[in-house]
Design a protein around this ligand. Structure first.
Ligand code: PLP
Ligand code: COI
Length: 365
């Protein structure tokens, strides 16, 4: 198969999909990542054969050999993006090509074979089409798509595997943080770092999240919603949150966000916000921000607002910042005007309600 080509999917519809009533009951209160659609995509890979047997089939448990390499050495990657109901009841994905590109970069970092980007996009189109009834129609609802791939080879030696499985599952979701867009409280961990130079911080691999769970547990113990990581070298500069990037709104209205130096995930929401802000004439700066700058800026008013951004979290204001040295608030701790304005602008584009100046909205249906 050549690089840009997509594969022909074999479609095996679920013979026992949920009834309309059962689906409606689940969609009434989906939460985040707890309910799933009727189907899944699977594509296999073997060295020498390439990607093969692309299928859309009933979502079901998969059987794995206990020696499958991913279970031992965590050679696996994933993506996360959303499909939205459009005003005319069509369905669109937001910037799926950017997720396809990042998936390929993550694969490269984890010594995995890249899935052709056209196949990645087609797999998403397939699951949305067959499970379109599962795309929420509510104001804050969307269909969260989770493509992932892992080493399925049965082998305990430590080297890149020669067999993989790519899959897509889909989950109707509401807001990631219960309670909608109210500001979250974050914990700046003194004990843990997320990514070091030369490590896997810029890849979307499961190991990054496994390594962050103790820090997230520490955050929860301190009554916080999310953990903030400082850089691993100086323990001074803000990297990102456990599952989101971070943006500071300065006194003059400019946006400042940590640069992509390889230790943070290159967020597609982050990139979209920067592009929209720049287009609107707002000054943007990608530069390191130290914890002291954050604390002092919050006290002096030099930093007006701070928000977290990501596919799951969309744009979520950060109200209170807690660390072993105590806590502080950014402004009055409430949702800021700039944050909420940018959020509205982004969400309106994603949901097809506003002009799409960069061609980010990919209609599927
Ligand atoms: N940072 C981390 C660690 C993430 O898991 C995510 C979510 O995907 C993001 C940032 C934001 O990335 P995106 O905006 O592409 O969802
Ligand atoms: C996403 O936003 O897609 C993520 O992967 C983050 C995670 C916290 C759900």
């Amino acid at each position: 198969m050549s690089g840009g080509d997509s594969l022909d999917f074999e479609i095996r519809p679920n013979r026992a999909p949920l009834s309309d009533a059962e689906r409606a009951a689940l969609l009434a209160n989906p939460g985040f990542g707890r309910i799933f659609t009727d189907h899944m995509v699977t594509i296999r890979y073997a060295e020498g054969k390439g990607w093969y047997e692309p299928r859309v089939e009933a979502r079901a448990p998969i059987s794995m050999d206990p020696a499958a390499a991913v279970l031992h050495y965590a050679q696996g990657i994933f993506e996360g993006l959303k499909a939205y109901t459009l005003p005319d009841d069509g369905v669109a994905m937001f910037r799926p090509d950017a997720n396809a590109a990042r998936f390929a970069q993550s694969a490269q970092r984890m010594a995995m074979p890249p899935l052709p980007q056209a196949t990645f996009l087609e797999s998403l189109r397939q699951i949305i089409t067959i499970d379109r009834q599962w795309v929420p129609q509510t104001e804050d609802g969307s269909l969260y798509l989770r493509p992932f791939a892992f080493a399925s080879e049965v082998f305990l030696g430590v080297r890149p595997a020669i067999e993989y499985l790519y899959m897509v599952i889909a989950s109707p979701v509401g807001p990631y943080f219960p309670g909608g867009v109210k500001p979250v409280t974050v914990w700046v961990t003194p004990a843990y770092t997320r990514a070091a130079p030369g490590g896997t911080g810029a890849a979307k691999c499961g190991g990054n999240y496994a390594a962050g769970l103790s820090a997230q547990a520490e955050a929860i113990e301190h009554g916080c919603d999310q953990v903030v990581y400082l850089d691993a070298v100086e323990r001074r500069y803000v990297d990102e949150l456990g599952g989101m990037n971070i943006v500071f709104v300065m006194e003059d209205g400019s946006l400042v966000t940590p640069p992509l130096t390889g230790t943070i995930l290159p967020g597609i929401t982050r990139d979209s916000i920067l592009k929209l802000a720049q287009r609107a004439g707002r000054r943007i700066e990608e530069r390191p921000v130290s914890f002291e700058e954050w604390r002092d800026g919050a006290a002096s008013g030099g930093i007006r607002e701070v928000f977290a951004c990501g596919t799951a979290a969309v744009i979520t204001p950060i109200g209170t910042v807690r660390s072993p040295q105590g806590e502080f608030r950014v402004a009055d701790g409430g949702p800021g005007e700039v944050t909420m304005g940018i959020r509205q602008e982004l969400v309106d584009i994603q949901r097809g309600r506003a002009e799409d100046p960069f061609g980010w909205v990919h209609r599927v249906l």
